[in-house]
Structures are given as C-alpha cells and as structure tokens.
Design a binder for this molecule. Structure first.
Ligand SMILES: C[S@@+](CC[C@H](N)C(=O)[O-])C[C@H]1O[C@@H](n2cnc3c(N)ncnc32)[C@H](O)[C@@H]1O
Length: 404
C-alpha cells in the first residue's frame, strides 16, 4: 500500500471527486486544475486550493513533484485518433495528451484516470488502443482491457458505468487483472433510502415539488398502467401509435425500430381497445400529454399492483421514463433531474452529492443549476477509492476483485 502523506495532483478536478477519495486514503493535494470558474470556486471553498485554469497552458515543470496523478479527463477530440495511428502522435491535441505530457515529466508512481463508458468502444476500439499504447510507452503497466464499473455494483444507488484506468509505473509493480462478475446473484442490494432526505430536512422543499400539470400527466399514465393490469407492450408506448393498423400511415423512411414500435403499439391497442379508447379520451384533456409528452418508457418490472407513484422518473423531451426505485439513473451534467414520484419532488442537490458519495459537510454551489451540473460531471468518491486501493495494492481489495 502507498505511504500515508503521499502527494497527488487533481487534473480536470471539477469539484474534487478524486480529491475526496485520495485525501481519505491519506493523500495530500499539491496541484489542481480546472478551467471552469464555478468549479474553481467550489474547489477552493471546500479544500482551500484554487485550481489553476487551462491545463494546456501549464508547464509540467511548474508543478511540484507528486506520487499520484488523478484525471477524469474530458472525452473530446478522439474521433480521428485511430485513423492517425502510425503516422504521428494520435493523442496530440487532446487533453489526454496533457495528462501524458505531465506524467512523462514527473513520472509519478501511479495514475488513476476515469472516463465515460463509451471510451472503451469508441472508434471501434481504436481510441482505447491509442490510450493503452500511449500509457504503456510512457513507462506504465496498465490492464489490457478497460475496466468498466458502476456505483450500483457495490450497493450505492446510482447506475453510472464509467471506465477506470489504473496505471502503475513499471518499476513499481504489476497490476493484476481486475475481475468483477456483474451478473453475480449476490450483488449487494442498492438502498435508495440511504441517500434520500426527509422533506422536512430540505430547505424550501416546495421549490423542488413537481407541478400540477406534471401530476396530471403521471396520473394519466398511472390510469393506463392500472387499467391494463400492467400488461405492457414490451417497447415504449407511443400515444400516437395507439390505434388499429392503418394502411394510410405514411411510414416512408422510418427506421426499423420505429416500424417495430408502431406494429407493437398497434397490436397492443387492439388487445386493450375498449380500455384504451376511453383512456385516449381522458388523455385528450391532459395538457402535458397534448403538448407532445406522449411516450412512456417503462423500464421496470410489471407486477399487477404497480403504481407509477412508487417509482423514479424523468420527464424527457417526448415523454416520461419510469424506473424501479432501487438506484438512480446516472446523474448527467445536462440537467434532467430525476423525480422521486413517491415524494412528488425532484431530487435535491444534497441527494445528488450523496449519490456521488460526497460527505454531507461538502459545501455546494448555492445555485442549484450549477450544483446539479457539477455533481453530474463528477465521479463517485467510493468507486475512486476502490480503484485507488486496488491500484496501490491493498490486499483485501485485490483479493475481492480477483478471479477465483
Ligand atoms: C468530467 S469533468 C471532471 C470532474 C471531476 N472528476 C470531479 O470529480 O468533479 C471534466 C472537467 O474538465 C474541465 N476542463 C475541460 N477542459 C479543461 C482544460 N483545458 N483545462 C482544465 N480543465 C478543463 C471541465 O471544466 C470539467 O470540470
């Protein structure tokens, strides 16, 4: 295991998901960088360190020596990486290059990088090849395949699959295969309640309430779910497809999936015709339904006594997405805040902080939009801790995540 008092740097630091994890393992932050002024503010408020701005402008020699480099680098500019492979340095011009530039100058013992899941498949795997080869030739051991992991695999109530890249300097040690069976039956249960606040603990809770129009829309879909005893078509319900098959429907140029949804919704309509006819009558009086929110994505199980009001949902552009209340869908930076239907309100920023395993002492930006965005961009602290421990050689964690 790494010695307490190790020094780390936090690149693309955001609000410090890595910072939280590394300091809890005994690390000391000696440098942080983020170009966003609100992240800089939040970081300073919490850790007393003012992150420097654009990392591309920072000379590596300006940073003091350190043992661990952390970076949840933005995932841009990889599109041509694969194609350029073999001609010149394909990572040049991307922010990943800046990570490597700093690493090559300082040669820290460890690097822990994080990125979106898509990085693993991007450009038919070429992007990953470039990253893997670049890290290797910079002098680090790194696992051959990218590791994808989510907080809900360890009982934390958020589904957020991300790529984690553990790098150990070649003279420091090897890095054993990280093994985790996602299909394991005994995955820990996620407990949503563990992160929810009671309404009376929320300042100005009314601000987060859903409005009457949203309630009307949820009630409308709830009527449908109950009326058909939770018999659903196996694809999203499209209000505009709830009619008998019609030869007059102009489907020219429709993709196959849409034709399939049309066929399934038409058949579904015929199966429950009497009920759906009366339901459509009611729907015509519900304002949000009329204003294009006519889709229902029911991503949960279908017990006969289901109610919409027991679930987590998101109002999306075209309709409502409903999920089982076990864990949250990934927080995202573009605000599409989840609704806790059972509480008739949106999740509040403090609950988002908890979703990312930030402590309740964390000082959030007072502007909710900024706070939601910052947590949506951040990384889950407990998951970072897990990978850091594995990378540093913590025996217990290595035993747990090794193929038996
Ligand atoms: C995915 S977020 C990382 C969040 C962070 N891991 C956390 O726990 O909050 C990427 C961050 O990179 C920052 N960024 C983008 N371009 C940058 C640049 N040229 N220099 C420094 N930071 C940059 C963004 O402002 C953003 O906060």
């Amino acid at each position: 295991m790494i010695n307490k008092g190790f020094k780390f740097i936090d690149l693309f630091c955001g609000i410090g998901g890595f910072h939280q994890a590394m300091t809890s393992l005994g690390g000391e932050c000696v440098f942080a960088s983020d170009i966003d002024k609100y992240c800089q503010q939040t970081y300073f408020e919490n850790y007393g360190i003012k992150p420097v701005g654009d990392i591309t402008k920072v000379k590596a020699e300006e940073i003091e020596p350190f043992n661990v480099l952390c970076a949840g680098f933005p995932c841009q500019a990889f599109s041509h990486a694969g194609k350029q492979l073999g001609f010149n340095d394909p990572t040049r011009g991307t922010l990943f290059f800046d990570v490597i530039r700093i690493a090559k100058h300082h040669m820290p013992e460890y690097m822990l990088l994080e990125n979106v899941k898509n990085l693993a498949m991007h450009d038919n795997g070429n992007t990953w090849e470039v990253i893997y080869n670049t890290i290797q030739s910079a002098g680090y051991n790194v696992l051959r395949a990218p590791v994808i992991f989510s907080p809900h695999f360890i009982g934390l109530p958020q589904n957020r699959e991300r790529v984690f890249i553990m790098c150990v300097r070649k003279d420091v040690g090897d890095i054993p295969e990280f093994y985790f069976d996602v299909k394991k039956k005994d995955l820990p249960e996620c407990n949503l309640q563990s992160i929810l606040l009671e309404d009376d603990q929320i300042e100005n809770v009314e601000k987060y309430r859903i409005n009457q129009k949203q309630i009307d829309l949820i009630n409308l879909w709830d009527d449908l779910i109950k009326g058909v005893k939770c018999d659903l078509p196996g694809c999203p319900i499209y209000g505009e497809f709830l009619h008998a098959p019609s030869e007059n429907e102009d489907t020219t140029g429709w993709p196959t999936w849409k034709l399939d949804y049309l066929r399934k919704n038409n058949a579904y309509y015929l199966k429950h015709k009497t009920f759906i006819d009366s339901w459509l009558e009611r729907a015509s009086k519900v304002e949000m339904y009329q204003n294009t929110r006519r889709h229902l994505e029911w991503q949960t199980y279908r017990g006969e006594d289901e109610s919409m009001w027991n679930h987590i949902m998101q109002f999306r552009q075209s309709g409502l997405r409903v999920k089982r209340a076990t864990y949250f869908p990934a927080l995202v930076a573009i605000v599409q805040t989840s609704i806790l239907a059972m509480r008739k309100r949106y999740v509040v920023p403090r609950e988002c902080a908890r979703m990312q395993s930030f402590p309740d002492t964390f000082k959030m930006n007072p502007d909710d939009h900024i706070a939601y965005k910052q947590f949506g961009n951040s990384v889950n602290v407990e998951v970072v801790k897990l990978f850091a421990k594995f990378m540093f050689g913590d025996e217990e964690v290595r035993r747990k995540y090794t193929r038996k």
